[in-house]
Design a protein around this ligand. Structure first.
Ligand code: TMP
Length: 227
């Protein structure tokens, strides 16, 4: 029988250092013989990547931004995430809906209740719950890379031309970090908080420990010095 698919999302403010670790984890899972779907939000499908380019570059009002993000998410869920989970893949997704609550909800001040409603509509998966009921698709685990905004800003300084979010002041990222903390408080069992101030190998160890604890990664693979 194929193993059950597992959905892991990676969150944090810009500059928190998720990317190298997502790559390292994909390699670790493949080394264990698991199929991996590595993807990102906004994006992950041709349509959602077009929406991503608009959201990151074009000026728009907050509701338009929220609707484009959820439209991209709907396409991504239907085309990529749900089929991958049905195949039994490890799905590693760079950001998911917690980012919308953190960036649009807390960062921009958009209504959390409306976001909750959109989350229900977009992530409703008919017929896949127990006894053929609907359920709300959420990541099985969210790794939150927690880093003070001032440190993230230092890391990002001069790295590349900033997009519409990276160009925001430190105060915006303080609110975003608070938004993530609120999402964690509301669903602590879904989150593992990673201290992203530490050096890279120590961060990697925290990540692999969270996965070994859940029985998703073997101790042998997690001990390899990666990334
Ligand atoms: P990335 O640079 O990590 O790929 O993310 C792109 C940017 O989009 C990042 O600054 C966070 C932002 N974002 C939102 O504002 N809301 C969302 O729902 C998502 C998924 C990302």
């Amino acid at each position: 029988m194929a193993p059950a698919g597992i959905f892991i999302s990676f969150e944090g403010i810009d500059g928190a250092g998720k990317s190298t670790h997502i790559e390292g984890l994909a390699q670790a899972f493949r080394a264990q013989g698991r199929a991996v779907t590595q993807t990102r939000e906004p994006g992950g499908t041709p349509l959602a990547e077009k929406l991503r380019a608009m959201v990151l570059a074009d000026a728009m009002d907050d509701l338009t931004e929220v609707l484009l993000l959820f439209a991209a998410r709907r396409d991504h869920l239907l085309q990529v995430i749900e089929p991958a989970l049905a195949r039994g893949d490890m799905v590693l997704c760079d950001r998911f809906t917690d980012a919308t609550f953190a960036y649009q909800g807390s960062g921009r001040g958009f209504d959390w209740q409306v976001l909750g409603q959109l989350e229900q509509w977009v992530q409703n998966t008919p017929g896949q719950g127990a006894g053929g009921t609907s359920f709300l698709r959420q990541p099985d685990l969210t790794l939150w890379f927690d880093l003070p905004p001032e440190l993230a800003a230092q890391r990002l300084a001069g790295a590349r031309l900033p997009d519409r979010f990276e160009a925001q002041p430190v105060e915006f990222f303080r609110r975003v970090a608070n938004g993530y903390a609120q999402r964690l408080a509301a669903a602590p069992g879904r989150f593992a908080s990673i201290d992203a101030t530490l050096e890279r190998h120590a961060v990697w160890q925290q990540i692999t420990q969270a996965l070994v604890r859940r029985g998703w990664l073997s101790i042998m693979v997690s001990n390899t010095k990666r990334p």
